[in-house]
Design a protein around this ligand. Structure first.
Ligand SMILES: Cc1ncc(C[n+]2csc(CCOP(=O)(O)OP(=O)(O)O)c2C)c(N)n1
Ligand code: SF4
Ligand SMILES: [Mg+2]
Length: 284
């Protein structure tokens, strides 16, 4: 499969939107892992990010605002042979969907979640989101946001996340490498992507992000296996760390079995076709 095989339609995001970088990185990652489109499912939330599955050649499910993760987990648990990718927004994942975000991390279902962090509610015209920085002025915070922004990777780590990373859509090669690593991790992989909204967010621009990020993948003194260190680095407000921030191996939820030795994922069950036919008759 070539990268272009995953390109279903030309996207209609605003020219220069950071999501283009994510779209490009995803196509490269899928091609590098040779995932057949019919074995891949992209579940999205409501927001500008939510249009990604319309343009990508794979199965797609455009869910409700904030409910990406339970839908994606349901898909994976029903058919564990599929590559399941959840694409969420900073509003979607960290505001209305934050409860699901916490539980997805601790539950460790084997899927990848990309949070498109443009630090605004893009689709609804740039209102303040949980990651908007203090002082951000919008129609929902006309005197500047007074709230402390939420740090998604930090929340993921303390919630029991096993693969926590942050990328930047302005460095698509690095983002591609992170997505490939996340897709091969056996468990829940969070990749938050700093992704400029060129239409509404005039503060967190490509230039601003470039001046504020520090790539931990280039730092030989940093180890993603050290949880304490990862939390320490994320607490330093002077820079925004990107790269693989934290990584541990723990059995994924779909690998586990019930006390009766019955696997949790439905496709791992031995199905007795005759019994299934009988059950199906009840629904006809
Ligand atoms: C239950 C519900 N509440 C509110 C909305 C309105 N709404 C649609 S998108 C959105 C915010 C989108 O922000 P984000 O998740 O950051 O996505 P982006 O557009 O920035 O990619 C909101 C509040 C909705 N569609 N459904
Ligand atoms: S409004 Fe912002 S996030 Fe939405 S497509 Fe345009 S630039 Fe991208
Ligand atoms: Mg957003």
């Amino acid at each position: 499969m070539k990268e272009n095989s995953y390109h279903l339609h030309d996207p209609t995001w605003c020219r220069g939107c950071g999501i283009y970088g994510i779209f490009a990185a995803l196509k490269k990652a899928a091609a590098s892992l040779q995932i057949p489109p019919e074995r891949m499912v992209i579940v999205t939330g409501i927001g500008c990010h939510g249009r990604l599955n319309n343009y990508f050649n794979a199965y797609g499910f455009h869910g409700l605002h904030g409910r990406v993760l339970p839908v994606a987990a349901g898909v994976k648990l029903a058919n564990s042979s599929l590559a399941v990718l959840a694409v969420s927004g900073d509003g979607d994942a960290y505001s209305i969907g934050v409860g699901h975000f916490i539980h997805a991390n601790r539950r460790n279902v084997n899927m990848i979640c990309i949070v498109v962090d443009n630090r605004v509610y893009g689709l609804t015209q740039g209102q303040t989101s949980p990651t908007s920085q203090k002082g951000y002025v919008s129609v929902s915070s006309p005197f500047g946001s007074k709230e402390t922004p939420l740090d998604g990777p930090r929340l993921a780590i303390v919630s029991g996340g096993t693969f926590v990373a942050r990328g930047f859509s302005g460095i698509p090669e690095h983002l591609t490498a992170l997505i490939i690593e996340g897709m091969t991790h056996n468990g829940f992989s969070l990749i938050e992507v700093l992704s400029p909204c060129v239409t509404h967010n005039k503060i967190n621009t490509y230039k601003w992000f470039k001046e504020h990020i520090v790539n931990l993948d280039d730092d030989t003194n940093f180890s993603a296996k050290n949880k304490k260190k990862a939390l320490e680095v994320l607490s330093d407000q002077s820079k925004i760390p990107i790269g693989l921030l934290y990584h541990e191996e723990r059995p994924s939820f779909d690998d586990l079995s019930l006390p009766s030795d019955t696997p949790i994922a439905l496709t791992k069950l031995d199905v007795d076709e005759k019994k299934l036919d009988a059950i199906m008759k009840d629904f006809m």
